[in-house]
Design a protein around this ligand. Structure first.
Ligand code: HEC
Ligand code: HEC
Ligand code: HEC
Ligand code: HEC
Ligand code: HEC
Ligand code: HEC
Length: 259
């Protein structure tokens, strides 16, 4: 086979860069909160209605100690704010927040003094505590500005609360070829995700268990919070970081602009 002549290679190269730049401008990314509030959510499915203040939950503080799997698999919190029907009674019986907030592992849900520690009403800046926490951790350009994959090796969050299970070794890395010309493929590393999640967090609800068979698996739906966007919009590093999923894309400008 003959190789591509240099002039054509250069043109193709320019077209690829142009396609990437065009694509980057095309997707309306949601505005990111400052790093200390990325992944901090306000829960108000039942609170206001029951006459108490809404609850603030900071992911960074909790994921430092526990894998996503602990809460989103073992404790059955939904991967969507407001989707889990949590009641005060559930908490008092050791479910949901009460699994840890029992007065031993963390402050108790049952003590009246503690109600306002969760029922805070609104998300306030946690800048100081966050800075202290993040100071010595590896950095990333978006989200919490923490490289959680590298940080996991330092923080060693608990993988399971109730069993001695360890992540399953399934290192299959999928190269997901994009359907558009000039867009380098997205890479999905099973190995990295297993350190945080259970197979059941993604299969079969979010993804089919056969490569390239998930319907409507496209960026515009990812941006609506489906597929990779279930996690990579609000808690795991955000979609702004094109290059981390599409390794051959150039880093977008303004990476350090937030917060
Ligand atoms: C560790 C955190 C935490 C603490 C401490 C806590 N709660 Fe809650 N509480 C929650 C969460 C989470 C919800 C569900 C929030 C929602 O979706 O509105 C909730 C919901 C509620 C609700 C509405 C649901 C229902 O059962 O009617 C009431 C009332 C409530 N809590 C009262 C209290 C009182 C009183 C205290 C103190 C004795 C307290 N909570 C302490 C986390 C906490
Ligand atoms: C200590 C418990 C805990 C841990 C650990 C945890 N989460 Fe959550 N997460 C929650 C709770 C509680 C909610 C809100 C659920 C609800 O309101 O129904 C939530 C909500 C979410 C949401 C929805 C956010 C939104 O904007 O709607 C996503 C996505 C999510 N978590 C991803 C993760 C990922 C990824 C990890 C691991 C890196 C993780 N969570 C670790 C407790 C946890
Ligand atoms: C798997 C265990 C676990 C679960 C489940 C859990 N927490 Fe916590 N939480 C902790 C631990 C441990 C700490 C103390 C963390 C530290 O040292 O900073 C903590 C700290 C906190 C704090 C104080 C730190 C801060 O951000 O100011 C709040 C508020 C809180 N949790 C809210 C909640 C709410 C609300 C829920 C349920 C929606 C919940 N937690 C579920 C383990 C848990
Ligand atoms: C964070 C989400 C996520 C988790 C967790 C996850 N997977 Fe997957 N898996 C995917 C995606 C995405 C695909 C590709 C789907 C597509 O292209 O339609 C996939 C595809 C697969 C495939 C098909 C591969 C092929 O070449 O056709 C197998 C087998 C699989 N996963 C097994 C597992 C097992 C076993 C676990 C747990 C150890 C697991 N997955 C955990 C997201 C996940
Ligand atoms: C259920 C939640 C979830 C889903 C769905 C998910 N991820 Fe992730 N992903 C994570 C978490 C958690 C991490 C750890 C890094 C972080 O939190 O920022 C991660 C890490 C990664 C990394 C590793 C980056 C590195 O530095 O090694 C890549 C690449 C990635 N995800 C791509 C994808 C792609 C592509 C999809 C969709 C096919 C996807 N993820 C779906 C939660 C998820
Ligand atoms: C969390 C991982 C992830 C991030 C971050 C990400 N993408 Fe994607 N992207 C994907 C996946 C997965 C596909 C679909 C691959 C397939 O078709 O199977 C895709 C496909 C695409 C496509 C092809 C058209 C389509 O809709 O399928 C374009 C264009 C694209 N991405 C651009 C971008 C740009 C620009 C950014 C940064 C703003 C970005 N992506 C960030 C995972 C990601």
């Amino acid at each position: 086979m003959r190789s591509t002549p240099p002039a054509i290679a250069a043109l193709l190269g320019a077209a690829l860069v142009a396609a990437t730049v065009w694509a980057q401008g095309r997707f309306p990314l949601p505005k990111l909160p400052p790093p200390d509030r990325y992944g901090t959510i306000l829960m108000d499915r039942a609170s206001t209605g029951a006459g108490v203040e809404p609850v603030v939950f900071a992911h960074w503080r909790h994921r430092a100690r526990y894998s996503c799997r602990v809460c989103h698999f073992e404790l059955e919190f939904a991967l969507k704010t407001g989707a889990t029907g949590i009641t005060e009674e559930d908490n008092r019986h050791g479910m949901y927040c009460g699994a840890c907030h029992d007065g031993t592992t963390a402050f108790a849900v049952t003590a009246n003094d503690n109600c306002p520690r969760c029922h805070t009403g609104k998300i306030r800046s946690g800048k100081k505590a966050f800075r202290r926490f993040a100071r010595n951790l590896p950095t990333a350009p978006y989200g919490n500005h923490i490289d959680w994959v590298a940080a996991e090796k330092i923080l060693k969050p608990r993988y399971a609360l109730y069993t001695r299970e360890k992540p399953i070794q399934f290192d299959k890395k999928l190269v997901l070829q994009a359907e558009w010309f000039g867009i380098p493929p997205a890479v999905f590393p099973h190995g990295v995700h297993e350190r945080f999640l259970d197979c059941g967090n993604c299969h079969p609800d979010i993804f089919n268990i056969k490569k390239k068979t998930t319907k409507h698996f496209e960026m515009r739906y990812i941006l609506q919070g489906r597929f990779c966007g279930v996690c990579h919009l609000t808690v795991a590093f955000p979609l702004d970081d094109c290059q981390r999923c599409h390794p051959a894309m150039h880093r977008r400008r303004g990476a350090q602009d937030h917060g």
